[in-house]
Design a binder for this molecule. Structure first.
Ligand SMILES: Nc1nc(=O)c2c([nH]1)NC[C@@H]1CN(c3ccc(C(=O)N[C@@H](CCC(=O)O)C(=O)O)cc3)C=[N+]21
Length: 294
């Protein structure tokens, strides 16, 4: 019988650890970690995610400062806000919610965030550090996936991992983290020829393709572990709205472990955002080095 790995429960444990570190920072350094969340436009899904991040920050004692800008904001105005947040010593983390409206270049915006405040880990300096295994702030969803795998395995060395999806926010960074742990990593995507056969070779499948139910039961070797990053809003045959992952959850009985959607990777992403914010505050105080691996 497949084990359902409850990310929401592990996220609660991480939140507890983050809360303890914040108490230390407050008592020993009079430091109050703060996260600036920038939301441009009215995308309803983005508004929901930002709301979740704010509530989670409040639970652990992180001050969250929300900046809501209209959908027609000029790139230069957003850049000016980022410059002000970079310069503000009371702000430890900056998150610009993606996607951005089309008149704004997300590459330029992400590149303008100070790498030391880049709690998403999307700045090219942090991408470079990740690719050379020299620390930096690591993207939240990939970090959450690795913590989930650490619940299953003592050591990932020598495992065969297949990543499905090649995005900058999940597929590429999670592949680098798996490689750093000495997995043999194959990065694939929806255009990969023979994808089911490749997936069947995997001990670990991480799927972040944004295609509901892409990974079928017969893509998964018996005993494999499936980390499902997909969050897809679908309408059932009976008209009910549901959130489903990129794997067919009801075809995974022969797998060793699968992460549920919702309640799997999503809550881990938020817990890792909180943990990155505390790490940014610790870095600002000189308590940890940006080059440290944790
Ligand atoms: N700069 C930036 N950083 C991000 O990290 C970022 C972003 N932009 N844009 C959008 C995506 C999406 N994302 C999610 C976070 C948590 C859940 C989450 O907690 N999901 C719950 C609820 C799912 C639901 O019902 O909607 C779950 O999976 O259990 C989902 C999605 C962060 N993102």
């Amino acid at each position: 019988m497949v084990e359902i790995l409850r990310g929401d429960l592990i996220a609660q444990r991480i939140e507890g650890e983050v809360r303890d570190r914040i108490v230390q920072l407050q008592q020993q350094h009079d430091c109050h970690p703060a996260l600036a969340v920038v939301l441009v436009g009215e995308d309803p899904a983005s508004a929901i995610y930002v709301g979740r991040k704010k509530r989670a920050a409040a639970r652990v004692g992180i001050r969250s400062i929300e900046h809501r800008l209209p959908a027609d904001t000029a790139e230069s105005d957003l850049m000016a806000l980022i410059a002000a947040l970079n310069a503000d010593p009371a702000v430890h983390g900056i998150l610009v919610q993606l996607p951005l409206p089309q008149q704004i270049s997300s590459d330029r915006v992400l590149g303008a965030i100070s790498p030391d405040k880049d709690v998403d880990g999307f700045h090219p300096v942090n991408v470079g550090r990740l690719s050379t295994g020299t620390g930096g702030l690591v993207p939240c969803t990939p970090l959450g996936c690795m913590i989930l795998l650490d619940q299953v395995f003592d050591d990932l060395k020598g495992m065969k991992a297949v990543v499905i999806g090649k995005s900058n926010i999940v597929g590429k960074p999670v592949a680098l983290l798996l490689l750093e742990r000495e997995c043999t990593v194959t990065v694939t995507h929806i255009h990969t020829r023979g994808l089911p056969d490749i997936a069947r070779t995997a001990d670990i499948i991480v799927v972040a393709a944004g295609v509901p139910g892409l990974v079928r039961g017969d893509w998964v070797k018996p005993g494999a572990v499936v980390i499902d990053v997909g969050i897809n809003r679908v309408v059932d045959a009976d008209g009910a709205k549901r959130v489903v992952g990129d794997a067919c959850a009801d075809e995974m009985d022969h797998a060793r472990v699968i992460t549920p959607v919702p309640g799997g990777v999503g809550p881990m992403t938020i817990a890792c955002l909180l943990s990155n914010t505390v790490r940014a505050a610790e870095m600002a105080l000189g308590l940890v080095d940006a080059a440290a691996s944790d």
